[in-house]
Design a protein around this ligand. Structure first.
Ligand code: AP5
Length: 250
């Protein structure tokens, strides 16, 4: 059985600890995964975790995990939840507070993949400062590229298990029984922000705020560009190849 990817410390923050120790790794990878919403970052993060041991640190997952928890009306988390539902970016201040509360995950022995962070130039600058202050550096920033019509088709067909959060796609990765999770039998749902009106807002936010980060990281010599077209295994093989080439060059 595939071991569960324990991300308790990241998802809960505060004093929460992961029960499972990080995977023993030959090399500690510290990566950022960039790319438009729905391009397949989460899918690749899962494959990369099993290959490299690095833990998927997704800011979107932290906001989703906080859903249903009591958040005081008017609090930063309540505001973040409604911004997320509309497809808007959460305010930099809120995101940076969330990351600052979880900096020990940056020292995880298994390494990490930041997924969905940074998303703005201010967040990228803050991450650079955070890494310097912690005496660590990024190995690479993997930027997944895909034509927009394919991105929209991936997002609109995505279904998530309401219980174990496994990800499916109605066409490219359907469950064995329609509407039911293969792993736990939970009900499959569409994410609120995968509806067309929210997707439009997310894509606009991506083009305006996040896409320019590719140039930011190219200038830092960290950018690795991956064509996200094709089966997830092909995209994964390409990612591993490009990362291996980077190591050889270094
Ligand atoms: P977040 O959770 O980060 O979402 P996202 O970036 O929009 O990415 P997604 O999770 O939608 O997609 P993905 O690229 O992981 O694709 P997946 O692998 O699931 O953020 C959500 C929201 O939170 C934001 O909109 C914002 O409001 C807020 N937020 C989070 N971080 C923030 C930050 N730093 N600053 C401000 N706001 C922030 O794949 C998608 C589908 O495609 C699946 O169905 C999958 O099965 C299928 N698929 C995957 N790969 C392939 C393939 N190769 N071929 C065919 N199908 C595929």
């Amino acid at each position: 059985m595939t071991p569960v990817h324990d991300r308790t410390a990241w998802l809960k923050g505060g004093e929460a600890v992961c029960v499972q120790p990080p995977m023993k790794v030959e090399r500690t990878w510290r990566l950022v995964l960039l790319g438009p919403p729905g391009v397949g970052k989460g899918t690749q993060a899962d494959l990369l975790h099993h290959a490299l041991g690095a833990c998927q640190l997704s800011t979107g997952d932290v906001f989703r995990a906080a859903r249903g928890q009591p958040a005081a009306a008017g609090s930063a988390m309540a505001e973040a939840q409604s911004q997320m539902e509309r497809g808007e970016l959460v305010r930099d201040e809120t995101v940076l507070t969330l990351v600052a509360e979880r900096t020990r995950c940056l020292h995880c022995g298994g390494g990490f993949m930041l997924d969905g962070f940074p998303r703005t130039r201010a967040q990228a600058v803050a991450l650079d400062q955070l890494m310097v202050s912690h005496g660590i550096g990024l190995d690479a920033v993997v930027n997944y590229e895909l034509p927009e019509d394919e991105v929209v088709s991936r997002i609109s067909g995505r279904r998530i298990c309401s219980s174990c959060k496994s990800v499916f796609h109605v066409a490219t990765h359907p469950p064995e029984a329609e509407g039911t999770c293969d792993h736990c039998g939970g009900l499959l749902m569409q994410r609120a922000d995968d509806r067309p009106d929210a997707v439009r807002v997310r894509l606009e936010a991506y083009h305006e705020a996040t896409e320019p980060l590719a140039e930011y990281y190219r200038a830092e010599g960290l950018l690795v560009t991956v064509n996200a077209h094709g089966h997830p295994d092909e995209v994964f093989a390409q990612t591993l190849n490009l990362l291996a080439r980077r190591v050889l060059k270094a």
